[in-house]
Write a protein that binds this ligand. Structure first.
Ligand code: ZN
Ligand code: ZN
Length: 185
């Protein structure tokens, strides 16, 4: 199968976010013969995924919805992008997540990556970098990587500061694992 990462717009996300992410991911994975494509049809953000008390969407339910949507597709990896706030399990909020069993699907939320969320001045280049970092992290999970303790994009983060302190790249060990994984896939 051709190694393609498909980007799926879920709900009302600005198209430019996907366009920039496509360009940036193609650059990051250029040595792996991975192409990135934006799926033409978006996925509606179903109201039943919404948790009124938490005022957030359930990430696991969104991933289920993505699975249903993708039933007829033969795909390598899909990364969904939402602009709404998401949570999973006991985590009050998450920046993103990946499927747990056969990990081919991942999801990121961009809302907390935007300075505007924290009532700070808009910074497009910072926003774009953060989106790329979280996208690589979640895709890394779909390439078989676990969390890493080194200075690495795969380090776990549950705050914006922790996220911003990660590099936008795999450490040597993780990169090696990705190479091995993708050579077998
Ligand atoms: Zn993670
Ligand atoms: Zn690492």
């Amino acid at each position: 199968m051709k190694k393609r990462i498909l980007l799926l717009k879920i709900g009302q996300v600005d198209k430019i976010i996907l366009v920039n992410l496509k360009k940036n991911l193609e650059w990051v994975f250029k040595d792996f013969q991975i192409k990135v494509r934006i799926l033409p049809k978006e996925l509606d953000l179903n109201n039943s995924y919404y948790h009124p008390e938490k005022r957030k969407y359930n990430a696991d339910r969104i991933i289920e919805g993505m699975n249903e949507y993708l039933l007829d597709y033969d795909f390598f990896r899909v990364l969904g992008i939402v602009k709404e706030d998401i949570y999973s399990g006991t985590y009050n909020f998450i920046f993103g997540c990946a499927e747990r069993i056969i990990a081919k699907i991942a999801l990121i939320s961009v809302i907390r990556l935007n300075e505007i969320f924290y009532n700070r001045t808009k910074d497009n280049s910072l926003f774009e970098k953060r989106i790329l970092r979280e996208a690589i992290h979640e895709l890394g999970h779909t390439f078989g990587l676990f969390h890493c303790q080194d200075y690495c994009v795969m380090k776990f983060s549950n705050s914006l500061m922790e996220a911003d302190n990660k590099p936008i790249r795999f450490c040597k060990n993780c990169l090696k694992k990705v190479e091995v994984f993708l050579s077998k896939t």
